[in-house]
Ligand binder design. Structure first.
Ligand code: 13P
Length: 246
């Protein structure tokens, strides 16, 4: 039985005051029956770590460098994240693939760098609306995951995968539970071919998850939780989604 995981992706939102209010609201509602984490902007890692230490809630980053250290201005290494007690790092979010030209191989290298220092990568895959309408969903998500499988080889079982159809992100247009399950099943099959641990791996769904659609998505056999954007910024909504994952 896989324990559900709900991860908030704050994206580029937050302020000291807003973070304190949000964290207080989420902390007040514990305990949770699912694993819960928040992936926050780099400057807020230390305050989030302080607020969440001892609470069973976990925290992470939204990106990580593929490099150990060196002349990479603006990048943050997994060694640094590990020093902040980061448990997770999102890699390959579609916003980074689109806005920062991240390739499948770079995403795979970032996942490898994260794992090397004990930070679990949450590897995002997903098709655009044009790709879905052209019948390319399976090809695209398999290609994205395949780069990670080939780069991580025997460690692939240690990652979390998030299926985030690009057309469902921030649009209010969520995939139906059946549409999401269909892709999750494909990804699970691909992982089964790569590792004996695929059955225990957590595959999250992301894209306009809200309190009113979370339970139906999480009830699907291969959906093990969610990666939550907008709704993770409202304590009440995020708590309701975490409860739906019980
Ligand atoms: P929304 O939940 O705002 O659609 O964002 C999803 C997402 O991109 C999480 O990583």
């Amino acid at each position: 039985m896989r324990r559900k995981l709900v991860v908030g992706n704050w994206k580029m939102h937050g302020s000291h005051a807003a973070n304190a209010e949000l964290l207080a609201g989420v902390l007040a509602a514990k305990p949770y029956l699912a694993d819960v984490a928040m992936c926050v902007p780099f400057p807020y890692l230390s305050e989030v770590a302080v607020a969440l230490t001892g609470s069973h809630l976990l925290w992470g980053a939204q990106d990580v460098s593929a490099h150990e250290q060196g002349a990479y201005t603006g990048e943050v290494s997994s060694t640094m994240l590990a020093e902040f007690g980061c448990r997770y790092a999102i890699v390959g979010h579609s916003e980074r693939r689109a806005c920062h030209n991240e390739t499948d191989q770079l995403v795979a290298d970032k996942a490898k760098a994260a794992l090397a220092h004990g930070v679990t990568p949450i590897v995002c895959v997903g098709e655009t609306l044009a790709q879905r309408e052209a019948g390319e969903t399976e090809m695209v998500v398999k290609r994205q995951l395949s780069a990670v499988i080939h780069t991580l080889t025997h460690c692939i079982g240690e990652i979390v995968v998030a299926y985030e159809p690009v057309w469902a992100i921030g649009t209010g247009r969520t995939a139906t539970p059946e549409q999401a399950q269909e892709v999750h099943a494909l990804l699970r099959k691909q992982l089964h071919a790569a590792t004996p641990h695929a059955g225990g791996m957590r595959l999250l769904y992301g894209g306009s998850v809200k309190p009113d659609n979370a339970a139906a998505l999480f009830a699907q056999p291969d959906i093990d939780g969610g990666l939550i954007g907008g709704a993770s910024l409202k304590a009440g909504d995020f708590v309701a989604i975490c409860r739906a994952a019980a």
